[in-house]
Each structure stands twice: as structure tokens, then as C-alpha cells.
Design a protein around this ligand. Structure first.
Ligand code: 4AZ
Length: 249
């Protein structure tokens, strides 16, 4: 996150950290959001090698520290990448994926002050342009840096209209109806590399909804190059289909 502030996972208790495991240890891969006790919503482009040895942490404040008081660790039993995920135009259309998680003893997430689910918006529930929302992640604090943030960070961004974001000086026809754009008026705030898969949440009548999944952008915090997010409301049906309705009732 560029231009944000240090967060606390208790402020964003749905925040998930996805790691890939290998013989050389764990590599931080992407963010994600806990949408029900057994399911994390994230970005499809995080998994170019398929469902390869993934670990998911919830309640994690620092990426390279273990906090047994707050965090919960999981393995991934299922990975659903959206059937129409497509990067042939270099724009990550339908950049959405679901991870089914389970702990060593076979359980799903347990609610605590640092671990809670976030609401999914209704099908095609829309946001007003200019609305202020919040993005969180462990990604880079500046485009040129080679290292990720050590700690969870948060930042406020405003939703841009589809018309503006797909205009010529912005992204043109790279923006599909499955995407949302957000930025700050002075371009000083944005998601960045490492924030992919993580949440863009907006408060609607005192409830917090997951409206976006960090997906892409040309660089970070560049003028006329807003952050692009997968539009979660378009996937309401898909999410229920994959996870099974009963998880949400
Ligand atoms: C990335 O590479 C990435 N500025 C994520 C978000 C943005 C750019 C790049 C948005 O994961």
C-alpha cells in the first residue's frame, strides 16, 4: 500500500495472508479476505502454478513474525480459479479465486478479535462514484522498492466512475464491467505489488462489505493510473455456487 498508514489486523480482521510453501520455506504470495469460516476470497492471478502447497494465515499483523495470540494458520484443500479468468488482453479479467481452508485438526477459522468474516455485497449492488473505501495489504509502500511492507497497512481511496476509468487518458478498453477503479484525488494513495488478492472494503449503513479484490494497475500511485479491483458484487452467484449457499445462511 502506497500512502497509507500502519494498520492493526483487529481493524481488518478478515485480512488473509497467502503463502506458498517449498523446501526453502514460506514465500508471501498474496492477500485475501475471509468471507466465511472456511473460505478466503483472493485473486486468480496469484496462482499461475495452480494449487501448489499453499498456507493461509489469518489475524496476522507482521508478515515475518509469529504471533500465537492473534494468528491462525491453515492449509488449502481446494482452489477455485474463476472459469473465465483471462489475461489475453493483459488486464486480468475475472481475477477472482476461492480458497477452502482447514487447520491441522481439520477446523475452519475461529472468530476472535483478530479474525472475523467480511460481508459480500448483493449481486450488482453498486457503489456511488467518489465513495471513500479502504484498501489493506502487506504490499510495497512505493512502486520502486524491492521489498514488501513488514506490517499490515491501510489506506483510504475513492471509487472512480467506470466511464472515467475506461476513458482514453486512463485505461481505455482494458477496463471491463468486472472491474472497479479507485484512487486518491492527488494520486498519492494506491495498492501496490504484494497487495494483490487483498480487500477493498466500503462501509454501507454501518456494515463493512468487500467490494473489491486488489487486481492490477500500471505501476503504483501514478497519475491517471488508478488501482484496479475485481468487482466482487458481480461474483455473488459464483461465490455461492462454489462455497455452497448454506455457508452464508
Ligand atoms: C501487483 O503487481 C499490483 N497499483 C497490484 C496493484 C497495483 C499494481 C500492481 C495497483 O500486484
Amino acid at each position: 500500500v502506497v500512502g497509507g498508514a500502519l494498520s492493526e489486523v483487529e481493524r481488518h480482521p478478515w485480512m488473509a495472508a497467502v503463502f506458498s510453501r517449498s523446501s526453502c520455506g514460506r514465500t508471501f504470495t498474496c492477500g485475501g479476505s475471509l468471507i466465511s469460516p472456511c473460505w478466503v476470497l483472493t485473486a486468480a492471478h496469484c496462482f499461475p502454478d495452480g494449487p501448489y502447497k499453499l498456507s493461509v494465515f489469518l489475524g496476522k499483523n507482521a508478515i515475518n513474525e509469529t504471533d500465537v495470540q492473534r494468528e491462525q494458520e491453515f492449509r488449502v484443500s481446494e482452489l477455485f480459479i474463476h472459469e473465465h479468468f483471462d489475461n489475453t488482453d493483459g488486464n486480468y479479467n475475472n481475477d477472482i479465486a476461492l480458497l477452502k481452508i482447514h487447520s491441522h485438526d481439520g477446523c475452519c477459522a475461529k472468530e476472535s478479535s483478530s479474525v472475523k468474516t467480511v460481508c459480500i455485497p448483493e449481486a450488482h449492488q453498486s457503489l456511488s462514484d467518489g465513495m471513500s473505501c479502504e484498501v489493506t495489504g502487506y504490499g510495497r509502500e512505493q512502486e520502486g522498492l524491492w521489498y514488501y511492507s513488514q506490517y499490515l497497512r491501510e489506506a483510504k481511496v475513492n471509487m472512480l466512475s467506470q466511464d472515467l476509468c475506461s476513458s482514453k487518458v486512463y485505461y481505455g478498453n482494458k477496463i471491463t464491467d468486472n472491474m472497479l477503479c479507485a484512487a486518491s484525488p492527488d494520486w498519492s494513495v494506491d495498492a501496490c505489488k504484494g497487495d494483490s488478492g487483498g480487500p477493498l472494503v466500503c462501509r454501507v449503513r454501518e456494515r463493512v462489505f468487500l467490494f473489491g479484490v486488489v487486481s492490477w494497475g500500471e505501476g503504483c500511485s501514478r497519475p491517471f493510473r488508478p488501482g484496479v479491483y475485481a468487482k466482487v458484487s458481480n461474483y455473488h452467484r459464483w461465490i455461492l455456487e462454489k462455497t455452497g449457499l448454506e455457508n452464508f445462511l
